[in-house]
Design a protein around this ligand. Structure first.
Ligand SMILES: Nc1ncnc2c1ncn2[C@@H]1O[C@H](COP(=O)(O)OP(=O)(O)OP(=O)(O)O)[C@@H](O)[C@H]1O
Ligand SMILES: [Mg+2]
Length: 372
């Protein structure tokens, strides 16, 4: 079965005067794993409910395989749904839970037995047919919920925080399992989470949402490496934000931080004819660190900036905090009034710095992203 093709076209969902979702525009390709990521109340569940047919748009349209389903109720749509709570029937065995959606479709007994057995194999629960839900662990119950969502071969799977109740290890194991199942069945998935690592691990594309609006849509790499707004940069991963502005002096265009310590000759794309950034961002692991050369500390002045340079940003500072985390060390560096976080892997040849070391931080201009 081929995955479904989904489109939200200008969808707004209002509750009274409040818009839970505003002008929502999104196309999900057949076989794509798409994740809605955002803080609490950003409209993730609302979007999923509109696609599930448990809620209906106030304006705009929802299309599945080109057909307008905006007013079609859930039971007339061909999809599987998994919620955070397992919602299995407690008085039915696992086999009866799985058979239920097939029986309601009037499927023949032999086919039901075959399909429920296949679905249990898929989620690695062979031999659990006769148990009741309360005889299974949380992870096993969620596997059954997944098997039940998929037993009727839907082309579309909707999941709302399905791993929210599981501990970290089990969560990570299930993330990969769900991803493998989705890929082998070529399912279209709309997945909801507020966990950015989960979104990065599982998704083909991520939609970052805030206050009912899409902030940015992109692949995990695009969102992490090329965030467009401060909100996205801060929501997806750790980041150093440098407030400042772009200045033009003669033929030179420079980015200068508010405190004057960070200066960079702007590469193309930062030119003032583009939308002027109000700040720039660099990820902690993109920052290289060297012991500062020459006169130290007070003499030279903390947070001393270097002359704007094309292709690289440099700034001096002093290590205020060094936290050893095994595979890496996380440093906090005072650089004038500003603070930077840098992460250095504990790889071969990597130097370990000490508290109060005077250091020069540097990063490539390509890793310095202009934000709105
Ligand atoms: N039936 C409703 N009536 C009124 N307001 C609602 C209703 N359903 C949702 N909302 C509001 O719409 C907004 C978006 O809710 P939604 O459930 O989509 O958020 P979410 O992104 O899923 O958040 P969470 O991560 O907490 O689950 C919230 O402010 C919520 O209070
Ligand atoms: Mg929700």
């Amino acid at each position: 079965m081929r995955g479904a093709d989904v489109a939200f076209s200008g969808v707004t969902k209002s509750y009274g005067a409040f818009d839970a979702l505003k002008d929502f525009e999104l196309a999900i390709r057949p076989g794509e794993f798409l994740t809605l990521l955002g803080p609490s109340g950003s409209g993730k569940t609302t979007s999923l409910m509109l696609l599930a047919g448990f809620a209906f748009p106030s304006r705009g349209h929802v299309l599945i395989n080109g057909r307008d389903v905006s007013k079609v109720p859930s039971y007339r749509r061909d999809q599987g749904i998994v919620f955070q709570s397992y919602s299995l029937f407690p008085h039915m065995t696992i086999e009866q839970n799985l058979a239920f959606p097939l029986e309601t479709r009037g499927m023949a007994r032999g086919d039901i037995a075959r399909k429920t057995a296949d679905a249990l194999t898929m989620v690695r629960l062979d031999g659990f047919q006769g148990r009741y839900p309360d005889q299974l662990s949380g992870g096993q119950q969620q596997r059954v919920a997944l098997a039940r969502a998929l037993v009727a071969d839907p082309p579309l799977l909707l999941m709302d925080e399905p791993l929210g109740a599981l501990d970290k290890n089990l969560r990570e194991e299930m993330q990969l399992e769900i991803k493998h199942i989705q890929e082998s069945l070529k399912l279209t998935v709309l997945y909801v989470t507020h966990d950015q690592e989960e979104a990065l691990t599982m998704s083909d594309r991520i939609v970052v949402m805030n206050e009912g609006r899409i902030q940015q849509t992109g692949t995990p790499v695009e969102l992490y490496e090329r965030p467009k707004t401060r909100f996205v940069a801060e929501f997806v991963g750790d980041v150093n934000i440098v407030p400042g502005r772009v200045e033009t002096a003669g033929a030179r265009t420079c980015f200068r931080s508010e405190d004057g310590a960070v200066a960079m000759a702007c590469p193309p794309g930062w030119a003032p004819d583009g939308e002027a950034p109000s700040c720039a961002a660099v990820r902690p692991e993109k920052i290289a660190m060297d012991l500062a050369a020459g006169p130290q500390g007070q003499e030279r002045g903390q947070g001393h900036g270097h002359e704007p340079e094309l292709g690289r940003v440099r700034i001096d500072g002093r290590i205020r905090e060094a936290i050893y985390l095994g595979q890496m060390t996380r440093y906090v560096i005072d650089a004038g009034p500003a603070q930077f976080v840098a992460k250095r892997m504990s790889g071969p040849g990597e130097r370990r710095f000490q508290l109060h070391d005077e250091v020069t931080l540097s990063w490539f201009a390509d890793d310095f992203v202009a934000l709105r």
